[in-house]
Design a protein around this ligand. Structure first.
Ligand code: GDP
Ligand code: MG
Length: 836
């Protein structure tokens, strides 16, 4: 009979033999000193039997009853005698404990104080992988060994001594999985969950890695201490396969020992590793989370949030495991959770998420999760495992051979990218024109049908001008998102990450960071959200920091305008140079930030390789639509507010005292007899524009522009550029609309860009030392484009960073990008000025 801390009578003393439970509970309880081998005495129970007060290590603590129930105890043996109870445990004297703890130099405090303890070890693996052979070899027992499945039905245990420990070894039935489908599976799962072996030996048949490793992924989910016995290693060698198992072990965070159980090879090392693992002495050992893709990860997160609110469940089980099991719709497990009081919220959340996922994927969540597990295995194997040539074809690695080829991989990838951008811009230009016409028609219609006044100005110039300018880019964005969804759903995106991994490592990032960066060319908001696929928070933040340097589609109109105005020759090349500048700066910044903030050594991780799939149109439609809605709502709300704000800042104050009486001069021109109608119209137009410009200069936004003029003067910019830069904070597209107003192009819709180009070319400084000189030279135009590329990512992108990484990093991004933009523009202006 196993006793628990709750069973302890007042004043009775016992020794802790096992602490169950996970997560924060385990951490807290360990910190309080509830570790194996500690002597504990019950003091008294509170009036309602809860909480209970205990004394250990010379001080008193009270535990909730539910917490105490998770701690197993054993009677304390008389002094000098070896303990003899189910989980053999020496009574450790506290002084001895502290002594060994302080002596230890390694970071993780090894449980050396527990020498002599009993370690519970279980053998888990597929049928026929050699578990019983290992069991027999080490224990000297002669259990029946069969070379067909299902021989081990009963559980067998034996104990033996190894180093200073006593090892209780259990041979479990062979299973391919630990779900609920067969009694064996359920049995193994129950054993792992209830007996909580200290270390699990996962025996793997080296001749069938992929299938055997599936079980391993489930052990990873359960967050159990695992050592892998890579058994039948002789067969792997005989075939001539190459398997870098050490690297593989590092990737999945589990130490691996090759064994040939039938000949007893490697078994000694295996036990050493088991003891190391028990003592937490294995550097490669770490708990990883398998990435199930954004959608499932989101669902897992939501369920985990619910689990964390439920103390009893959160203490008893690993929350990640609970979430995955519930999503898999594991009946037995769901019942187990449902049996807890107040667990309805968790079950309800899980059911909602299952529905959501099944809608998205059109498949059972269990299948999707299994696919992701295999993708994980395949990804890890792709990097470490090279089957001998004859077997390669059969294994289905064939399709990957071409796309992830050493030499052809990258050129083919670039070709796909080129195709994607080409499609985005050429195909997108048609609907773009239609929408543009629609927007201007709508504006014109309101202009002519509404009475003059502030409301009309707000509608036409503020809302339609501002929001309309953004909606125009919707087709490009839809196409870009369509391509990205296509790449994701076919499984090519994962290969792209794979191909780019080496390159990305050079800048301190992983191949997986490449996907968000790629998406950054479309829109920063979904790109920043895509960083969720990265496992490590540091990598995630680092990627977020540089994603804004990927030139998003909103900046394209600015480049198009300036390139067509100032660079007649080599237009494509200039555009490419801007995009390249962004990528190069991102690389430099990544290296710098890595050095500054995230110095810690890399942990290797697996890049999943999902199977290639023919994507359904429906799925791609759903994904594209989802991304577009994200874009539209995030951008739409921000842009709407910003447009109105900018419009208002330019519109007020209304009572401007002009330098001359424009109304009168216009009237004079109109009355003049000596002029033709054509000339009259022209002059009146010029006067109206001059008036508008004067009004703009004295408006709030004009004042703001003058305010920052000194800051940007070293870059050779005038105050109007300053205003455009400020308005661009909301969204980069707005830079153009504000320039349109400031540089007084007559805003005839279809001529806007043409006339704005001319105006930009002719623009001169009105005051200061440069008065009379042209504002825009090609050099200024280029430096301005770079400035727009680099400075302040739009408000929507920043709020995405804030959501994902926190306010601190959002503020940092805003500051560093803006300073960098200034610096780069300054250098280009000064150095360029010396050359040209
Ligand atoms: P279990 O079902 O996991 O308990 O597997 P068994 O221990 O019953 O072993 C299945 C068969 O594999 C037996 O015939 C063993 O002799 C054989 N076997 C076990 N380990 C090895 C090994 O490392 N190399 C080879 N070639 N055969 C092995
Ligand atoms: Mg067996």
């Amino acid at each position: 009979m196993v006793r628990h801390l709750t069973d302890l009578q007042d004043n009775e003393t016992a020794v802790i033999s096992k602490v169950k439970g996970y997560g924060a509970f385990r951490k807290r309880i360990t910190e309080m000193g509830f570790v194996r081998g500690t002597r504990v005495r019950a003091i008294k129970k509170a009036p309602l039997q809860d909480p209970i007060e205990y004394e250990l290590m010379g001080y008193r603590v009270s535990l909730r009853k539910s917490e105490a129930a998770m701690i197993e105890i054993a009677p304390c043996p008389p002094k000098g005698e070896l303990p003899e109870y189910h989980s053999t445990q020496a009574c450790v004297n506290l002084n001895e404990l502290t002594h060994t703890f302080t002596e230890s130099t390694s970071k993780k405090v090894p449980l050396r104080g527990n020498k002599g303890a009993a370690i519970q070890v279980a053998l888990v693996g597929n049928p026929n992988c050699g578990k019983t052979t290992i069991f027999n070899h080490t224990t000297g027992k002669h259990e029946r060994v069969g070379n067909y499945g299902g021989v081990t039905v009963d559980i067998k245990t034996a104990h033996f001594n190894q180093q200073d420990y006593r090892i209780d070894l259990t041979d479990l039935p062979g299973t391919y999985s630990i779900s609920e489908y067969s009694p064996e599976e359920l049995f193994v799962r129950k054993h792992l969950a209830e007996e909580l072996p200290d270390v699990v030996i996962n025996v793997i048949d080296a001749s069938n890695l992929e299938r055997n490793l599936f079980l391993t992924t489930q052990l990873i989910d359960m967050n159990i201490k695992v050592v892998i016995a890579l058994n039948m290693y002789d067969e792997l060698q005989a075939r001539g396969d190459k398997f870098d198992y050490q690297r593989f072990g590092k990737l999945i965070g589990i130490p691996i020992v090759p064994t040939v159980a039938s000949k007893g090879k490697g078994i000694g090392t295996l036990w050493d590793k088991v003891i190391d693992a028990y003592e937490e002495n294995v550097p490669d050992s770490r708990h990883i989370h398998i990435s199930y893709g954004t959608e499932i990860n989101d669902s897992i997160l939501r369920i985990k949030t619910e689990v964390k609110k439920h103390n009893a469940i959160n203490d008893a089980l690993h929350s990640q495991y609970v979430a995955i099991k519930l999503l898999e719709e594991d009946k037995a497990f769901t019942q187990q959770i449902a049996a807890y009081t107040d667990s309805q919220e968790i079950i309800k959340t899980a059911q909602e998420e299952i529905l959501r996922l099944e809608k998205t994927y059109g498949a059972k969540t269990e299948t999707v999760i299994a696919d992701a597990k295999y993708a994980f295995i395949r990804g890890a194997l792709q990097e470490t495992y090279q089957p001998a040539a004859t077997r390669e074809e059969a294994k289905g690695y064939k399709s990957d051979k071409l796309l992830t080829h050493k030499w052809l991989g990258i050129p083919m990838f670039l070709l796909f990218m080129w195709g994607m951008f080409q499609l985005t811009f050429t195909l997108g230009s048609y609907p773009m024109e239609w929408i543009e016409t629609g927007v201007t028609t709508l504006g014109g219609w309101i202009q002519s049908s509404m009475p003059e006044g502030m409301l009309r100005d707000l509608l036409v110039d503020g809302i339609i001008g501002g929001v309309g300018g953004v909606i125009v880019f919707l087709p490009n964005i839809l196409i870009l998102f369509f391509c990205i969804s296509l790449m994701e759903d076919t499984g090519y995106m994962a290969r792209a990450a794979f191909i780019m991994d080496k390159v990305m490592h050079k800048i301190g990032l992983h191949g997986k960071s490449f996907i968000p960066m790629l998406m950054g060319f479309g829109c920063g908001v979904p790109a920043i959200m895509a960083t969720r696929t990265l496992d490590n928070r540091k990598d995630r933040i680092l990627t977020m920091l540089i994603v804004p340097l990927m030139s998003c589609s909103a900046r394209l109109p600015v480049y198009v305008l300036f390139i067509s105005a100032f660079f007649v020759a080599h237009q494509g090349l200039i555009l490419l140079s801007i995009y390249t500048a962004g990528v190069l700066l991102a690389a430099v910044m990544a290296i710098l930030f890595k050095k500054l903030f995230f110095k810690k050594a890399d942990v290797p991780f697996v890049m999943e390789l999902p199977p290639y799939r023919l994507p359904t149109l429906r799925n791609i439609g759903v994904h594209t639509w989802g991304k577009s809605v994200q874009y539209l709502t995030k951008m739409g709300t921000v842009i709407l507010v910003a447009s109105i704000l900018i419009w208002a800042l330019g519109y007020f104050p209304r009572n401007v005292s002009y330098t001359k009486d424009y109304e009168q001069e216009m009237a004079l021109v109109a009355q003049s007899d000596s002029l033709t109608d054509e000339v009259k119209e022209e002059r009146i137009g010029a006067l109206a524009i001059a008036q508008e410009s004067e009004k703009m200069e004295s408006s709030y936004i004009g004042q703001l522009g003058h305010l920052i003029a000194p800051v940007i003067a070293p870059l050779g910019y005038d105050w109007k550029i300053g205003v455009s830069i400020i308005t661009g904070l909301a969204a980069k597209e707005i830079v153009i609309s504000s320039m349109g107003v400031l540089y007084q192009s007559d805003l005839e819709a279809d001529e806007t860009s043409v006339s704005l180009q001319k105006k930009l070319q002719e623009q001169t400084f009105t005051s200061g030392s440069h008065a009379g000189q042209k504002v825009f030279t090609p050099l200024i135009a280029y430096s301005f484009m770079l400035f727009i590329l680099i400075y302040f990512p739009c408000v929507a992108a920043l709020s995405a960073i804030r959501r994902e990484a926190g306010t601190k990093w959002a503020v940092f991004t805003a500051l560093y990008t803006t300073s960098l933009a200034w610096l780069v523009a300054f250098i280009v202006y000064r150095v360029g000025g010396m050359i040209f």
